[in-house]
Design a protein around this ligand. Structure first.
Ligand SMILES: *[C@@H]1O[C@H](CO)[C@@H](O)[C@H](O)[C@H]1NC(C)=O
Ligand SMILES: *[C@@H]1O[C@H](CO)[C@@H](O)[C@H](O)[C@H]1NC(C)=O
Ligand SMILES: *[C@@H]1O[C@H](CO)[C@@H](O)[C@H](O)[C@H]1NC(C)=O
Ligand SMILES: *[C@@H]1O[C@H](CO)[C@@H](O)[C@H](O)[C@H]1NC(C)=O
Length: 480
């Protein structure tokens, strides 16, 4: 009699072996976009200018073909159609971002732009009416230009402004939004303070990017604490951050390259992940050591890598309910660098000389995260591929099939606690300085038509099946 009882007990406890090609119950799936990449309506209904509007209007040559986000996919007017596309895809979740200057045109709370609030209320309600959960990114790169005039993220006070902005979001949308992401890819955000062709286009490499990162980590920690102290009890949501973590594999099997690949990952992922997700908090020791030493060698009285107070280390450490992971490819890293000094690349002392689409890199990175930063659930908040095959995008289907197969193995075999997956992107959109030439969408958008007509690609039907069944078809090919 013990056997059926034991089996029943195991079933109750959830110990049944999931079939390897099915995601566990409750696993959330969906698609993502970002405000500047899709909304358009750049100066409508009281929206303020953002740093990308400003950069592309001043320097049209920074965008491929002079493309910019003035109209983009026109989602500001076509959001209902977007929601119908999401519904056709059977998504559980839609990840989108809120444009800070659409809500706060000056960046501060002196003016709260009601039409901006209304737009996001309409979008959120339309999603919920269609059975889709909203996942909101608070900052997907479109800083109010008014705040850039006072230094943007290099100004430590920006953390205060971000807290006030977040409060407006929790107050207005927190009754219905249960998934919050403070920042999308902070490593990319701070590149705008190290190079020219990325907003805000204020190059101070090896200085400005470290300062911006420092402010941003403090801003993230404070918003997480704000939510938990003032909103969590009533709103019961989760707050995380989306970090871009590509695979970092040694270019050769030499000891130097193996060590360099680790070091590279600490400078790329660890810069943001270590202060939040490691047991000890603060920047990775290898960063502290190398940037301090280089700064000294350069004759500086202080390190280019700013120093957290003990209080800051404490409130930033553990400031996340989940680890948001954006993953696309695997880098191959060598122990050599040609960068000029000062720069983050020079401090890293390693270079990603090439990259490739290798689905094994996805499973590897999921295991790496869970080993490096134990105790957190992972939500894959971006994964996808650019293709130029139009509507018959068999290469995108192949990519998703392989990457999702590796994800399932990580979840079902390695027991990595992944709770959801967002495909990038719902539709073709403005790929920043690369304009409309790089296409990541499940839907095609006709950027030559004033109607911005959307058409489902073959991959849309493929993903709609997976989103419904939570099963990935058996793999029958190989990208790598
Ligand atoms: C809070 O959310 C969790 C899921 O994240 C759910 O299990 C729980 O029932 C919710 N609690 C309340 C009080 O709504
Ligand atoms: C490194 O060594 C492994 C195992 O010997 C081998 O499979 C792999 O191809 C080698 N990689 C390189 C880049 O040489
Ligand atoms: C550095 O520059 C040299 C000479 O141009 C080149 O051969 C080498 O591949 C470069 N190394 C890296 C890591 O980019
Ligand atoms: C605009 O697009 C929608 C679907 O995307 C279509 O139903 C409508 O007919 C189009 N209108 C024009 C004028 O092309």
């Amino acid at each position: 009699m013990w056997a059926p009882t034991l089996i029943a007990a195991l079933v109750t406890l959830g110990y049944t072996r999931a079939s390897d090609n099915k995601f566990p119950d409750g696993f959330l799936m969906g698609c993502g976009t970002a405000s500047y990449q899709v909304e358009g309506a750049w100066n409508e209904d009281g929206k303020g200018e953002n740093i990308w509007d400003h950069m592309f209007h001043e320097h049209p040559e920074y965008g491929t073909n002079g493309d910019n986000g003035d109209v983009a996919c026109d989602s500001y007017h076509k959001y209902k159609e977007d929601v119908q596309m999401l519904k056709a895809l059977n998504v559980d979740v839609y990840r989108f971002s809120i444009s800070w200057p659409r809500i706060l045109p000056t960046g501060d709370v002196d003016i709260i732009n009601q039409p901006g609030i209304d737009y996001y209320n309409k979008l959120i309600n339309e999603l919920l009416d269609n059975g889709i959960q909203p996942m909101v990114t608070m900052y997907h790169w479109d800083l109010p230009q008014a705040l850039q005039y006072i230094g943007g993220w290099t100004n430590g006070l920006m953390a205060d402004y971000f807290v006030e902005y977040a409060r407006v979001l929790f107050e207005n949308f927190g009754d219905r939004v249960k998934w919050w992401i403070t920042f999308n890819e902070p490593a990319m955000v701070v590149k705008g303070y190290a190079s020219k062709d990325r907003a805000p286009s204020q190059p101070a490499p090896g200085v400005g990017d470290y300062l911006a990162a420092h402010t941003l980590l403090r801003a993230h920690g404070r918003v997480y604490r704000l939510y938990h102290q003032q909103y969590r009890a009533a709103q019961n949501g989760s707050v995380g951050i989306s970090l871009d973590v590509q695979g970092s594999a040694p270019l050769t099997n030499s000891t130097e390259d193996v060590v360099a690949a680790d070091r590279y990952q600490q400078f790329e992922a660890g810069h943001f992940a270590h202060p939040i997700f490691s047991q000890e908090g603060d920047y990775p020791a290898i960063m502290r050591q190398r940037v301090d030493a280089n700064s000294k060698r350069e004759g500086r009285p202080r390190s280019r890598l700013p120093i957290f107070t003990p209080e800051e280390v404490k409130y930033i450490r553990g400031a996340a309910d989940f680890f948001g992971l954006n993953h696309y490819w695997t880098d191959f890293v060598t122990d050599e660098v040609n960068a000029t000094s000062p720069s983050k690349a020079g401090d890293t002392g390693a270079t990603a000389v090439r990259n490739g689409l290798h689905s094994w890199g996805f499973r590897n990175i999921l295991n790496w995260i869970v080993n490096e930063y134990p105790g957190y659930s992972i939500f894959v908040t971006e994964n996808g591929v650019e293709t130029s095959t139009g509507l018959n995008d068999i290469d995108r289907i192949q990519y998703y099939k392989e990457y999702l197969t590796e994800l399932q193995q990580a979840v079902n075999i390695d027991k990595v606690p992944v709770i959801g997956y967002i495909a990038w992107s719902l539709m073709d959109n403005l790929e920043w300085t690369e304009g409309f030439t790089r296409k990541f969408g499940l839907y095609e958008v006709d950027f030559n038509s004033p109607n911005r007509t959307r058409t489902a690609k073959d991959s849309a039907a493929f993903m709609a099946k997976i989103f419904l069944s939570k099963k990935v078809p058996e793999d029958d090919g190989c990208l790598s």
